[in-house]
Design a protein. Structure first.
Length: 164
């Protein structure tokens, strides 16, 4: 069980570093794009909030508030599993590393891999003919690790409560 707790601590550092770098990366890339477009400002605020949740989750994990931190991590990782471009809308969100299997279904079906660090795109009125779905493999692996860790911690706590 000690091994799980050390991995959870590493996840905490990953969440903090990913959140901070995500904020910095996005602020640097949107510095010249800030305008009065309310949807853009909303999406920027949403991304910064999600980065903040990731940082908060990491802090909780490092401070050994495992279940609460893991629940926040489930939320942020679940949002990162699927990204898409459909009907003129785009949702693309990743904090930290991502490795995606990409299915582009526009005119020809194309399967590819996409790798990167911290990505964000929430838009409307994009190309309505673009149809793309992405599955974040790293997000799926982390989500499986997190849910498994939650189950193991709960089982350990139930075992301790039953013996006392």
């Amino acid at each position: 069980m000690k091994k799980i707790y050390s991995r959870i601590e590493y996840l905490g550092y990953y969440e903090i570093i990913g959140g901070i770098l995500g904020i910095l990366l996005i602020l640097l890339s949107v510095y010249d794009k800030l305008n009065s477009n309310s949807f853009f400002i909303f999406s920027l605020f949403l991304f910064l909030t999600l980065c903040g949740i990731s940082i908060y989750s990491g802090i909780l994990l490092i401070r050994k508030k495992h279940l609460k931190g893991l629940r926040f991590s489930v939320f942020t990782q679940a949002l990162q599993i699927i990204s898409f471009a459909l009907f003129g809308y785009i949702f693309d969100f990743a904090i930290g590393l991502y490795l995606r299997i990409t299915l582009e279904l526009t005119s020809n079906s194309i399967i590819g891999l996409d790798f990167g660090f911290a990505n964000w795109n929430l838009s409307r009125n994009a190309n309505p003919d673009l149809v793309e779905i992405n599955f974040n493999i790293i997000g799926i692996i982390l989500l499986l690790f997190i849910t498994n860790s939650i189950d193991r911690i709960k089982a350990e706590r139930n075992k301790i409560y039953k013996t006392t």
